[in-house]
Design a protein. Structure first.
Length: 181
């Protein structure tokens, strides 16, 4: 956690210098003498970095149950959904694992593709996603749903495995609702 705090602080300082160089925070002499408060600079940098942060949901044991816990991750690139899914599939960091976080999504699950069309989005994962017990599948579906729903806007999100819609018949006794959000 300390490393994350240091990294965040360093990123804020770096962003502030970068934004100053790009004249996002103009020189007071060039802007008619209006002085821009350092606090305002930090707020703009924070707002910008928050737009590039997403919540990824992992599981944490709570007695015999698993609770879902959100962690914040910075993402890069224009496709927020793709970057977010890659972070989810990457799993918890070593520090997050030390704090008890885990993922029910099997290691090695690969994002095969994302297709967006007319208010719908299909997420296609490798078949590794569909291995494991019924209770494990429910948790991984919950992880996926809670992670991608904030990014969906008004789109309906469907889950495919190896190009085929994931169905309940694959998992005895588990109801798989499509769309997942």
């Amino acid at each position: 956690m300390k490393t994350l705090a240091r990294l965040t602080a360093s990123s804020l300082v770096l962003c502030t210098f970068a934004l100053s160089a790009c004249h996002i925070f103009p020189d007071p002499k060039e802007s008619g003498g209006e002085k821009i408060d350092q606090k305002e600079k930090v707020e703009v940098v924070k707002e910008h970095s928050q737009k590039n942060d997403v919540e990824i949901y992992f599981a944490k044991k709570n007695g015999d149950e698993l609770d879902l816990v959100a962690v914040h991750r910075p993402i890069r690139g224009d496709n927020r959904l793709n970057a977010t899914l890659e972070e989810l599939l990457r799993g918890p960091t070593p520090d997050e694992e030390k704090s008890g976080l885990l993922s029910e999504i099997p290691k090695g699950t690969i994002l095969l593709g994302i297709k967006e069309k007319e208010g719908e989005c299909e997420i296609d994962l490798s078949k590794r996603f569909s291995t494991g017990s019924v209770s494990s599948m429910q948790t991984r579906l919950d992880q996926l749903t809670k992670t991608v729903t904030p990014l969906a806007n008004d789109q309906k999100i469907y889950l495919d495995v190896e190009g085929k819609r994931l169905e309940a018949s694959s998992f005895d006794g588990l109801e798989i609702k499509q769309p997942i959000n």
